[in-house]
Design a protein around this ligand. Structure first.
Ligand code: PMP
Length: 368
C-alpha cells in the first residue's frame, strides 16, 4: 500500500481508514458469498442487509423521527436542486423562497427560478458571502405563504455555516435544507425539515449516492407527471430500489455510518471533535494578526471548510505548494474564489489538523 497523505479535499474527500480497509478486505470476495460488492445485484440478500443497515444507522445517528422517509438517490446534490423545485413547487402556486449564503445556494436558487415561481428572499452576495442572516433580517425577507424555504446549512466554497442551526421559518412553511457538506458532522433536529438532503462525498461516503430525508406529507404535495426518476415517490414507494442504485457507494456509506456509530460514538461526540479540530485552524488564523485573513465572520465560521487568504495570491500558491511537499494536499481554495480552503470533515484525523496548524505558524513566521 502506498503511503497516505493528509487530504484536505472538499469532496470527494478523505474517508475513515478503517472503512477503506474494510472495503479493501471485501473487494475481491465477501466472506460467505465469494463475490465482490462491485459484482452483486441490488436485489441480492447481501444488498438488502446493506441498504437496511445504512438506513437504520442514519436513523439512529440523526435520531430521525417516525414520519420521515430516508431515500438514496443519484445525480448528486445538483439533482436535488431540481427535484426539490419540481416536487414542491405547484404550478401557479406561491413562490419558493431561497436564503442564499454562498455559491451552492445561488445554484439551487437558479435552478428553482428556471423551473417555476421562485425568488431569492435573502442573499449575502453583496458582502461576499461572509455570513448567515440574523433572525431580524430573515423575518423581514421570508414570507408566511412561501411554497417552501430553502437554505444551505454549510456553504462549502465560502466556509459559511449556520449556528446554532438553520432558521426557524414561519409556521407551516416547509423548510428544505442542502446539508451536503455538514451532514453527519453534528446533531440535527430533523423534525424541523420537510426535506433535508446531502450528497455523500464529503462526510458520508464516496461520490455517487445522495441521501434525502423526506417528511411524510411531501409525497402528497407532489404534482403528477414528473419523470419517475425525479419524483420522490419513486424512491419512497420502492425503498430506493425502483432501478439500480449505486450499490458500492451505498455499501461504503453503510460502513461510514457504522464507523460513526461504533468508533466515534455518535454525532454529539463527532461535533465535539469537529469543534476541537476547527478551533486549531481558526486559532492559527486569528493569532497571525492579519497575515492570514479568514473569510467568514466568526459567528458563521464553518467547522467543515476553513477558508482564508494570505497577503498575496503568490503567497497563496507558495503556501499550497509547500504544504503539499509536507504531505498535506488539496488546500487550494475553490477556483471561483481563490485563497486557501482546508476541508476537515469527520474523517480528517486530529493529527492532520495539528500538522496543518503547525505548518501555518512556521509559514507565517517565515513570510510574515
Ligand atoms: N451543495 C453543496 C453545499 C455542495 O458542497 C456541493 C458539492 N460540492 C453541491 C451542492 C453539489 O453537489 P454534487 O456535485 O453532488 O451535485
Amino acid at each position: 500500500m502506498g503511503e497516505r497523505v493528509f487530504n484536505f479535499s472538499a469532496g470527494p474527500a478523505t474517508l475513515p481508514l478503517p472503512v477503506l480497509e474494510e472495503a479493501q478486505a471485501t473487494m475481491v470476495s465477501l466472506p460467505g458469498i465469494g463475490a465482490s460488492p462491485l459484482e452483486l445485484s441490488h436485489r441480492s440478500r447481501w444488498f438488502d442487509g446493506v441498504i437496511e443497515e445504512a438506513e437504520e444507522n442514519l436513523r439512529g445517528l440523526l435520531a430521525i423521527p417516525d414520519g420521515f422517509h430516508v431515500v438514496f438517490c443519484q445525480g448528486g446534490a445538483t439533482q436535488q436542486f431540481s427535484m426539490v423545485a419540481m416536487n414542491l413547487q405547484p404550478a401557479g402556486g406561491a413562490a419558493a423562497e431561497y436564503v442564499v449564503t454562498g455559491s451552492w445556494g445561488e445554484r439551487a436558487a437558479g435552478e428553482a427560478i428556471a423551473l417555476g415561481p421562485a425568488r431569492v428572499a435573502w442573499s449575502g452576495k453583496d458582502d461576499g458571502y461572509v455570513r448567515t442572516p440574523d433572525p431580524g433580517e430573515l423575518h423581514e425577507s421570508v414570507t408566511a405563504d412561501a411554497a417552501y424555504v430553502h437554505v444551505t446549512s454549510n456553504e462549502t466554497i465560502q466556509g459559511v455555516e449556520w449556528w446554532p442551526e438553520t432558521p426557524i421559518v414561519p409556521n407551516g412553511v416547509p423548510l428544505v435544507c442542502d446539508s451536503s457538506s455538514d451532514f453527519l458532522s453534528r446533531p440535527v433536529d430533523v423534525a424541523r425539515y420537510a426535506i433535508l438532503y446531502a450528497c455523500a462525498q464529503k462526510n458520508a461516503g464516496p461520490a455517487g449516492v445522495t441521501v434525502a430525508i423526506v417528511r411524510d406529507d411531501v409525497p402528497r404535495r407532489i404534482p403528477d407527471g414528473l419523470p419517475a426518476i425525479l419524483d420522490y415517490r419513486t424512491y419512497t414507494e420502492h425503498g430506493s430500489l425502483y432501478n439500480t442504485p449505486p450499490v458500492f457507494a451505498i455499501y461504503v456509506l453503510m460502513l461510514v455510518t457504522r464507523w460513526l456509530r461504533d468508533e466515534v460514538g455518535g454525532l454529539a461526540e463527532q461535533l465535539r471533535i469537529n469543534r476541537d479540530k476547527a478551533g486549531l485552524l481558526y486559532e492559527a488564523i486569528d493569532e497571525s494578526v492579519g497575515f492570514y485573513r479568514g473569510h467568514a465572520v466568526p459567528a458563521s465560521r464553518s467547522l467543515m471548510n476553513v477558508t482564508w487568504r494570505l497577503p498575496t495570491e503568490e503567497l497563496d500558491r507558495t503556501f499550497v505548494a509547500e504544504a503539499e511537499a509536507a504531505g498535506m494536499i488539496e488546500l487550494r481554495g475553490h477556483r471561483s474564489v481563490g485563497g486557501i480552503r482546508a476541508s476537515i470533515y469527520n474523517a480528517m484525523p486530529l493529527e492532520g489538523v495539528r500538522q496543518l496548524a503547525a505548518f501555518m505558524r512556521t509559514f507565517a513566521a517565515a513570510h510574515g
